[in-house]
Design a protein around this ligand. Structure first.
Ligand code: UT7
Length: 328
C-alpha cells in the first residue's frame, strides 16, 4: 500500500481572558515572583471562567484551526481531543465538541497521554490519513488544569494554566509534512505525576476529597530529571528516523513545562534560543495544550517558512514522551 504524505493544514488556539500573575499567587501561597521566574520562567497563566470547561476552550481553538485550514466542520472525518481534564468521564470531550462544531460525519474520541497527548494525537491522525482511510482530522490539545490544581500547594500551583491548541491535518505533497514520530511510555514512573481520585480505583468520596486526591500530585525534581533526559533523546530519535540531524532544525517547539528544561534541551541539541518557540512566561504549563498553543503562535508570528524543519517534543504523566519532525 502506498502511504500518503500528511501535514498540518491549519492551526488555532484559545486561552481564557483571566490572567493569574505571580503577584496574585504571592497572595495565595508562600511564594514569590523571583522564585517562580528563576526556577520556571513563568510570569502569568490563564484561568478558565467558572462556566468554561475544556470543550469550551477546545471549541474556540478548533474554529480558528478550521478557518486557518480553509475547511468546514462538516468535512472532518475524525476529531481527537488530547486531554487529562475532560468535561466529564463520559461522553468524551471530543463527542461534546463534535456536536458543538456540527461535524456530523466525524468520528470522535479522547486520548489520554497527559502533556504528550497532542503528539500522540498527531501520530494517530497521521496514520488514518496516510492510509487513505480519512481526509481531514482535527487534533486538539486542551486542558483546564486550574480545575485539578491545589491552590494551597506552592509546589504545584504556580506551574499550571488553562488553554487549547488545535491543528487540522490532511494530505500534503510528497516530501512535506510529518517525516517521523517517536512515541514512548514508561508506566513504572506513573507514581511521579498523577491524579488519584475519581477513577475506578478511588471513586470520589468524602475521604477522597478530604485527602485532596482530586488534585495533581507531582514529584517535581524527579519529573525534572526525567524531562531533561527524555526531551533530548526523543528529539534525536525522531530526527534519526527522519534521516535528519540536529543541524537541520529551523524551529524547536517544546512542551512548555519549565524554562530550565527547555534550556537543557537547547544545549543538548546545540540550538540557539532564536530557534526555539517559548511562550511559557505568558501561559505556564497547559499540559496537552502546551505544544499546539506554541505551534499556533509560531504560525501566527510567521516563524515557520515553507520547507522549514520543525521539531515538536514533549513529555508528561504516564510517564510518556513524544517527538515529531515536520517539513513545514
Ligand atoms: O508537564 C508536567 C511535567 N511537570 C514538570 O515538568 C515539572 C518538572 N519539575 C520542575 O519544573 C521543578 O522540579 C519545579 C519547578 C517543580 C521545582 O523546582 P526545583 O528546582 O526542582 O525545586 P525543588 O522542588 O527542589 O524545591 C526547592 C525549594 C524547596 O524548599 P526547601 O525544601 O529547599 O526548603 C521547596 O519547598 O523550593 C521550595 N519551593 C518553593 N518556594 C517558593 C517549591 N515551590 C515553591 C514556590 N515558591 N512556589
Amino acid at each position: 500500500m502506498t502511504l500518503r504524505s500528511v501535514g498540518i493544514l491549519g492551526t488555532g488556539k484559545y486561552v481564557p481572558d483571566r490572567v493569574l500573575t505571580n503577584a496574585d499567587l504571592e497572595k495565595m501561597v508562600d511564594t514569590n515572583d523571583e522564585w517562580i521566574v528563576s526556577r520556571t520562567g513563568m510570569k502569568e497563566r490563564r484561568i478558565a471562567a467558572p462556566d468554561q470547561a475544556t470543550s469550551d476552550l477546545a471549541f474556540h481553538a478548533a474554529q480558528a484551526a478550521l478557518r486557518s485550514a480553509g475547511i468546514t466542520a462538516e468535512q472532518l472525518d475524525l476529531i481527537i481531543v488530547a486531554t487529562i481534564t475532560p468535561d466529564m468521564a463520559f461522553p468524551s470531550t471530543a463527542c461534546i465538541l463534535q456536536d458543538r462544531l456540527g461535524a456530523k460525519k466525524a468520528a470522535a474520541f479522547d486520548l489520554s497521554a497527559a502533556c504528550s497527548g497532542f503528539i500522540y494525537g498527531l501520530a494517530t491522525a497521521n496514520n488514518f490519513i496516510a492510509t487513505g482511510m480519512y481526509e481531514y482530522v482535527l487534533v486538539i490539545g486542551a486542558d483546564c488544569l486550574s480545575r485539578i490544581t491545589d491552590y494551597t500547594d506552592r509546589n504545584t500551583c504556580v506551574l499550571f494554566g488553562d488553554g487549547a491548541g488545535a491543528a487540522v491535518l490532511g494530505a500534503v505533497p510528497e516530501g512535506r509534512g510529518f517525516r517521523s514520530f517517536e512515541l514512548g511510555a514508561d508506566g513504572s514512573g506513573g507514581e511521579l505525576l498523577n491524579l488519584k481520585g475519581g477513577g475506578s480505583r478511588m471513586p470520589a468520596s468524602i475521604e477522597s476529597v478530604e485527602g485532596r486526591n482530586h488534585y495533581i500530585y507531582m514529584a517535581g525534581s524527579e519529573v525534572f530529571k526525567f524531562a531533561v533526559r527524555i526531551m533530548g533523546n526523543a528529539a534525536e530519535e525522531a530526527l534519526k528516523k527522519a534521516g535528519m540531524t540536529k543541524e537541520d532544525i529551523n524551529l524547536l517547539i517544546p512542551h512548555q513545562a519549565n524554562n530550565r528544561i527547555i534550556q537543557a534541551s537547547l544545549s543538548r541539541l546545540n540550538l540557539p534560543e532564536e530557534k526555539c518557540m517559548i511562550n511559557l512566561p505568558k501561559y505556564a504549563n497547559t499540559s496537552a495544550a502546551s505544544i499546539p498553543l506554541a505551534l499556533a503562535e509560531a504560525a501566527e508570528e510567521g516563524r515557520m517558512r515553507e520547507g522549514d524543519c520543525v521539531v515538536l517534543v514533549g513529555f508528561g504523566g504516564g510517564l510518556t514522551w513524544g517527538a515529531s519532525v515536520i517539513i513545514w
